[in-house]
Design a protein around this ligand. Structure first.
Ligand code: IMP
Ligand code: MG
Length: 178
């Protein structure tokens, strides 16, 4: 285990099982439809790469990036779309893929903006959710795991752009960011 990690929240095996379950549910719910996975950069990169391979549907992938976080561990509340979707969402079933819902500001804003884009449907999928910190009224349509209020890294999730490459999800030691 990396020295900056307090303890492991999800092992590689637990993550794989969780992703498999999400993929199976999504496959079932969208049966007969074509899906566009709208991957929210950068944190969802690893999750999305695994999840799309567990979805047995015709599928396209697009990327969107929004930022409200600075270098700290708190959201600023305002959201900028720093990288819009490359393809026109009109006429598509969009599934927004997020790594973690914290305040909910990011996902709520993106979902509402994309709902007025002419998409046939807009749903959301998150690997992790921290309901204790919610400020915006949103729950994802698909949630992998509900967690307590700890700052977590690994499997795509970062602190100051680091730790994304850890294969597990771990709680970051407070001394690293305090
Ligand atoms: P929200 O807008 O507050 O819901 O923030 C969502 C974004 O904050 C996520 O996409 C992550 O990039 C980041 N974030 C929130 N909590 C954590 C965490 O515990 N570890 C790493 N990133 C986090
Ligand atoms: Mg993120």
């Amino acid at each position: 285990m990396h020295g900056d990690i307090e303890n492991i929240l999800m092992t590689e095996k637990e993550i794989a099982e969780c992703v498999r379950t999400l993929g199976a549910k999504i496959t079932e719910d969208y049966r007969g439809k074509e899906l566009t996975a709208a991957v929210i950069l950068r944190g969802s990169l690893v999750f999305a790469a695994d999840l799309i391979r567990k979805i047995e549907l015709p599928l396209t992938v697009d990327f969107i990036q929004a930022s409200s976080y600075g270098s700290g561990t708190e959201t600023s509340g305002t959201l900028n779309i720093t990288h819009p979707l490359a393809d026109d969402p009109a006429g598509r079933h969009l599934l927004l893929i997020e790594d973690i819902i914290d305040s909910g500001v990011t996902l709520l804003n993106l979902r509402e903006r994309l709902k007025s884009s002419g998409a046939l449907s807009v749903k959301t999928c998150t690997l992790l959710s921290k309901p204790a910190r919610r400020r915006a009224d949103i729950e994802a349509d698909y949630t992998g795991k509900v967690i307590e209020d700890n700052f977590v890294v690994g499997y795509g999730l970062d602190y100051n752009q680091k730790y994304r490459n850890l294969p597990y999800i771990g709680i970051l030691k407070r001394e690293v960011y305090e």
